[in-house]
Design a binder for this molecule. Structure first.
Ligand code: CIZ
Ligand code: SF4
Length: 303
C-alpha cells in the first residue's frame, strides 16, 4: 500500500475503533506524523489515561504500553509490534530485585519508568528522567536501590550526595554505546554548538554536556535557547520534533550510533495492522497492576 492510502485507512480504522494513536519521541518520522500525541513515555501514558478513547495504539516499546495499561485498565492498549522491547528494562527482573532487597533491608527502591510492570510493583516509587533527581530527594530513606539504569543512577548520585545510591548493572544499549572520545570530536567540529545529552549516556559523556535532560527537557531547552546550533545526545527520533519546531536552528546528532533498533521497529503498516486486527493487546495481572500503579501514583504525588 502507498503511504497516502495507508494513512487514509489508519484514519478510518481509528474512527471505527474509537482509538487514539500515541508515539514516543524516538519513533520513525512517519509514525510521529500520524500520532495524536508525541512525547515521552509518562506524558503519553497520562494523555492516554485522560483520553475518552476505547483503544490506545501505543507506538513505542513494551514497558511504555504497559505503563499506559497500568493507568488505563479499562481501555484496550495495543502495542503494534510485539517484540519491540527495551533491552535496558529487561536487565532487571522482579525476582532479581527481590534478592537485592533482601540484602539491603532498610533501603527504598526507586525504579526508572523503563522497567516492567512486575519491577514497578516491586518498587516503592517510580521516576522518569525528567523527575528522577526530585523523586530520589523526596524519599526518606538514605539508602536507595536504583534500577535499572546505572548511568541515570550515577547522575542522580552526583546531584543528591546526601543519599547512598545502590546502583544496578543496567544501561541503555543505545546511549551507553557512545564514548567520550566521540562526543569530544563532534564538539571540536562544531565549537559554537551546545551539547544536549540524555542522562542515560555514560557519566564521561554527561560531564561534557552543556545541558542534561530527558527528551522533553532537551526539546524544551533547544526551543527556548538563544543559541542556534545544537549537538543532540539522545536517540535520533527527537530530531523530527526539534527540526519541525525550530526550522531556523541547526541540529547535529552526537553520534550516528544513536539509533534504538527497537524504537524503529514500528512502521505505518504495523499501526494499520494493530487497528485492523486489534493486536497486540497488553494484559496485566490485576495484583501487579495495582502495586505498579502505587509506584506511579507516589511519583505523581511528589511531582
Ligand atoms: O521516558 C521516556 O520516554 C524515555 C525513555 C526517555 C525520555 O527521556 O523521554
Ligand atoms: Fe530502551 Fe534505550 Fe531504546 Fe530507550 S533508547 S527503548 S532505553 S534501549
Amino acid at each position: 500500500m502507498e503511504k497516502e492510502e495507508l494513512v487514509k485507512r489508519i484514519k478510518e480504522l481509528k474512527e471505527k475503533r474509537r482509538a487514539v494513536i500515541v508515539a514516543h519521541n524516538y519513533q520513525v518520522d512517519d509514525v510521529q506524523e500520524i500520532a495524536d500525541m508525541v512525547g515521552d513515555s509518562f506524558a503519553l501514558s497520562k494523555y492516554c489515561a485522560s483520553s475518552k478513547a476505547d483503544t490506545i495504539v501505543f507506538c513505542g516499546v513494551h514497558f511504555m504500553a504497559e505503563s499506559a495499561k497500568i493507568l488505563s485498565p479499562d481501555k484496550t492498549v495495543l502495542l503494534p509490534v510485539l517484540d519491540a522491547g527495551c533491552p535496558m528494562a529487561d536487565m532487571v527482573t522482579a525476582e532479581a530485585l527481590r534478592e537485592v532487597k533482601k540484602r539491603h533491608p532498610g533501603a527504598a527502591v526507586v525504579c526508572y519508568i523503563n522497567s516492567s510492570a512486575e519491577v514497578k510493583a516491586e518498587s516503592d516509587i517510580c521516576c522518569t528522567s525528567s523527575n528522577a533527581v526530585n523523586v530520589v530527594r523526596s524519599v526518606k530513606e538514605k539508602d536507595i536501590i536504583f534500577v535499572p539504569d546505572k548511568n541515570l543512577g550515577s547522575y542522580i548520585a552526583k546531584k543528591v550526595p546526601e543519599k547512598n545510591i545502590i546502583l544496578w548493572e543496567g544501561f541503555c544499549i543505545t546511549h551507553h554505546r557512545i564514548k567520550a572520545d566521540e562526543a569530544k570530536k563532534i564538539k571540536e567540529l562544531y565549537p559554537d554548538a551546545l551539547l544536549l545529552v540524555h542522562p542515560e549516556c555514560r557519566p564521561e559523556v554527561v560531564a561534557l554536556a552543556d545541558f542534561v535532560g530527558s527528551t522533553k527537557k532537551i526539546i524544551e531547552f533547544a526551543s527556548q535557547s538563544n543559541s542556534s546550533r545544537f549537538i543532540i545526545g539522545t536517540e535520533m527520533g527527537v530530531l523530527y520534533k526539534l527540526k519541525k519546531d525550530n526550522p531556523q536552528k541547526t541540529f547535529y546528532l552526537m553520534s550516528q550510533g544513536l539509533v534504538c533498533a527497537n524504537m524503529k521497529k514500528t512502521r505505518l503498516e504495523d499501526v494499520y495492522n494493530a487497528l485492523n486486527e486489534m493486536k497486540y493487546s497488553i494484559e496485566l495481572d490485576e495484583d501487579i497492576r495495582i502495586r505498579a500503579k502505587k509506584s506511579l501514583d507516589r511519583m505523581l504525588e511528589i511531582a
